[in-house]
Design a protein around this ligand. Sequence first.
Ligand code: SF4
Length: 212
Amino acid sequence: MNEFVRSVVEKRIRRAMAAVERNNMKAFYCERADQVPAFVRQLLPAGCSVSHGGSATLSECGVTDLLAQGGYRYLDRSKAAGPEELDKLYRDVFSADWYLTSSNAVTEEGELFNVDGNSNRVAAIAFGPAHVLVIVGCNKIVRDLAEAQSRLETLAAPANTARLNSRTPCAQTGRCENCHSPARICCNTLITRFQRDPDRVKVLFVGEPLGF
Ligand code: SF4
């Protein structure tokens, strides 16, 4: 990253971290994506139960590989034999010790912005697992909720539907068409603001782009 761009990104990360802390969530920082697995290993107790939402970020930085190596009771959605087992797993996740996810955006006002089609992910962020770790690359930081929504409609949703091979209009056009598709990826929006429990939600900012 160019040094002048880097200096802007660092200021953005510092503002977002301070705002997240003001919202009663814990903020952490890794300069590089390859440092994230070691951070997660040190944070999660061996043998704890853990699951995660679908996320390009978690696979790009090596966290899903870390969970698959053993050492945790991993509620692995990719191993579900069919829709019924997957549905049961989504419900079991509510009693997991840890839930890992990224965020569609994080505002400089300390809000986590997430949309979901099936909505198991936004539900688990809001309620259930004892601890939630949100891993966000520096590309996810936006100024406010309006910019978060714009980022969703012009990048995150079209890129994610393309990744998932979903038959949504945005996968074709590259921008939101406010669809009524059965594959809609943004049926529910969760905005995570001030938290009552200061120990539940932790946000790890990474000084490199991750996911989309
Ligand atoms: S409403 Fe439809 S077209 Fe718009 S972002 Fe969501 S899935 Fe894509």
